[in-house]
Design a protein around this ligand. Structure first.
Ligand code: ADP
Length: 360
């Protein structure tokens, strides 16, 4: 069994980013994640010294790879964030820089990305990914440069939602070029490995892969990066939320009581890590019968709006249960671009305007 101590002692032979302190003593080394024979960690440094940092990264990778019992080493570089560079919206006033339990060095901005927002849900199947995709397109319609990071590694939806199949290129500088659709930059683990492969990954590997997609992808220049979070409010989501300097979070919920309870847990979790809640979207809010026009409130409409009021977070809007939404999502033509005159597109645009106002 590999231990952190063995890895730290192997890393003692590597000089840290300042050029003289040993890496383990330099303050630049993140926590070390071990999963079987795989090891992942990150090194923080000044992005203006990227070439020197890359040397440190390679030396660290070599040192750990040389240990018996190690099969794969994933070392990522993260940019240093000076305390005064924190954006007001990413850290509410009075909030300490180092969040409880969170690796402060991980909460660094992503080079060339203005704001990162997360789309989250308390549980799966509530329409989180559909909302993330259409919200991103509606934000682009507001004149912003937008990207989507599909962080739902066990069930990536973006390849299907955008009808994307190819593999992203890796540049000679080892940066991954995101795929593009409808003017958005899109990155998903679904482009790189099969769902079956991702299924057998353990938590630390997933966390490493998400960090790599955040920081080793050519996102620049973007005004907003929308992160489609894995569903739920467990440890994996918490770790991810702690590692990104989030400018805000959109919670998606259906109006059912059970989904609302889960959404409430999501709100609590993001509050705990100091990420501002931009608001709640009620999805599958009601069903309008296409033949008779009657309105059916299958899941009891309005629950999310009431809940938002009760827990003091903004209500961003509601999206009905609509066959066209499922069909356009499943055929890779999101409704905001394929049916621009639809009332649902208008509802996503309104949500996007509210999100944009809250961000800027
Ligand atoms: P999640 O990301 O929460 O797991 P998805 O966005 O993948 O959920 O949605 C789950 C399924 O529900 C998909 O087939 C999607 O097309 C469908 N869906 C989502 N929102 C709606 C809606 N408002 N009306 C009809 N179908 C929807």
């Amino acid at each position: 069994m590999l231990t952190k101590e063995e890895i730290i002692s192997a890393l003692a032979s590597v000089t840290g980013p300042d050029g003289h302190t040993r890496l383990p003593d330099s303050g630049a080394l993140s926590d070390i994640m071990i999963s079987g024979a795989r090891v992942a960690f990150s090194i923080t440094g000044d992005p203006s010294r990227a070439a020197a940092l890359e040397d440190v990264r390679l030396a660290a990778e070599r040192a750990v790879k040389a240990l018996p019992g190690v099969s794969t080493v994933l070392v990522t570089l993260t940019a240093e964030r000076p305390a005064q560079a924190a954006t007001p919206s990413s850290r509410p006033s009075g909030q300490p820089a180092r969040m409880r339990g969170g690796p402060a060095q991980g909460r660094t901005p992503i080079v060339g990305v203005g704001r990162v927002i997360a789309v989250a849900s308390g549980k799966g199947g509530v329409g989180k990914s559909t909302t993330a995709a259409n919200l991103a397109l509606a934000l682009a319609g507001e004149g912003l440069r937008v990207g989507i990071l599909d962080a739902d590694i066990y069930g990536p939806s973006m390849p299907r939602l955008f009808g994307l199949k190819g593999k992203p290129e890796v540049t000679p500088a080892r940066v991954i070029r995101p795929l593009e659709a409808y003017g958005l930059k899109i990155m998903s683990m679904g482009f790189l490995v099969s769902e079956e492969t991702a299924m057998v990954w353990r938590g630390p590997m997933v966390a490493g892969a998400v960090q790599q997609m955040l920081r080793e992808v050519a996102w620049e220049p973007l005004d907003v990066l929308v992160v489609d979070m894995p569903p739920g409010t467990g440890d994996a989501q918490l770790t991810l939320a702690q590692s990104i300097a989030l400018a805000g979070v959109v919670i998606v919920s259906t109006p059912q009581d059970l989904a609302l309870i889960d959404a409430r847990r999501g709100v609590e979790m993001f509050r705990k890590v100091g990420a501002p809640i931009l608001g709640i979207v009620e999805n599958m809010s009601m069903f309008i019968c296409p033949s008779c026009g009657a309105r059916h409130e299958i899941f009891g409409h309005g629950g999310a709006r009431r809940e938002a009021g009760r827990i003091g977070v903004p209500f961003l809007g509601e999206i009905p249960l609509e066959l066209a939404l499922r069909e356009t999502s499943d055929s890779g033509r999101p409704i905001v671009v394929s049916e621009p005159a639809s009332p649902i597109t208008a509802a996503y645009r309104e949500i996007a305007r509210r999100v944009k106002e809250a961000l800027i």
